[in-house]
Design a protein around this ligand. Sequence first.
Ligand SMILES: NC(=O)c1ccc[n+]([C@@H]2O[C@H](COP(=O)([O-])OP(=O)(O)OC[C@H]3O[C@@H](n4cnc5c(N)ncnc54)[C@H](O)[C@@H]3O)[C@@H](O)[C@H]2O)c1
Length: 377
Amino acid sequence: MTQKRLGICLIGTGFMGRAHSSAYRRISELPQAEFEITLQSIVGLDEARRRDIHDRYGWAKSGEDWMAEIQSPHVDVVDITTPTDLHAEIATASATAGKHVLCEKPLAMSVAEAEQTLAAATAAGVRHAVAFNYRFVPAIQLARRLIEQGQLGDIRHFRAHYLQDWLVSSEAPMSWRLSREVAGSGAHGDLNAHLIDLAHYLIGPIEEVVADSRTFVPTRRWPSTGETAEVTVDDATCFLARIRDGATGVFEASRVASGSKNRNEVEVEGSKGALRFNLERLNELTVYSTEDAPDIRGFRKVLVTEPEHPFLAHWWPPGHLLGWEHAHVHLIATFLNDIATGGHAAPTFEDGLACQKVLEACERSVRERQWVATGCQ
Ligand SMILES: NC(=O)c1ccc[n+]([C@@H]2O[C@H](COP(=O)([O-])OP(=O)(O)OC[C@H]3O[C@@H](n4cnc5c(N)ncnc54)[C@H](O)[C@@H]3O)[C@@H](O)[C@H]2O)c1
């Protein structure tokens, strides 16, 4: 098999810059990969951080000017892990320069911006993906397989929350994540974006929403200057949803949920069964079937580490667990395989746009205090 060589330019050296760098170092462990990569350049504003990631993960070069780096003929794929306000601009410029693009979620600041970004990538004829990494947790892929096979029957309920507590103290510092101008929204775009995509992936399009939002701590201090700044995003947003084919949805995202660190939980109930997933126990899927004999009927915990489970044949023997980072490895490997083979397995900018439509419909619902159609079909 001839392997396609792909030069990567990664923009952003923060949390996701590190997570994606680590994933690139590990994708060669997936033996069916139909590509070889070169870690061409790492781009970030903080020099010490940039040098650290450059040295630690073996990037060939580093720089601070993303526009210059994406133009390099050695770059085939641009990976965007900057704050949200730069996503659309960098994705559009990269696509226009003929590069394939992987962008962190949410894809853009608004539906209009997401539409323009998708149009630019489509016009350029490049491949595009959004880093909805939770699709690539093997237990979530197994959940989708069970739902597609009809093992849960007609789906009636989708219930999900994504709860963190790193903002619970009013002393937690101000950051770009708390500014609407840079982040777009707060817990909503950060955490509900993942839940919305999981609903779309597992069940189908969210057609209508009614939402509520709160900012509990209205001002915080910048750590560098001590100056007080207004928090212009939500600390928590919850919403009800009508999902295509009749399922109801209940969603909640919070970054002030005391005691919850990264509590991303999904429950689905249908006419023939149910399943439950908890990211903090990500190797497990809990499954219930009405077709089990009545005397043993109950939720069973499946340890999703068998070679028959998605991606597991490429890792460790049964019972040898995977971690949070493996979902990034699976996602990036899938996208690069799509580029190399013309496949369609990774979430695209179309999925990013669908998510953006739901995010924006929720925000309108909060303002207007009523149900709002999302436009997703
Ligand atoms: N998929 C996930 O699990 C997940 C988790 C966390 C964050 N995210 C998303 O990833 C993105 C980044 O989040 P993060 O937590 O890594 O943020 P971060 O603050 O840790 O890192 C942001 C990086 O962007 C860089 N940057 C900012 N402006 C730049 C510019 N003009 N040119 C080059 N680099 C620039 C900064 O130097 C920094 O390295 C956000 O969109 C966020 O929503 C996704």
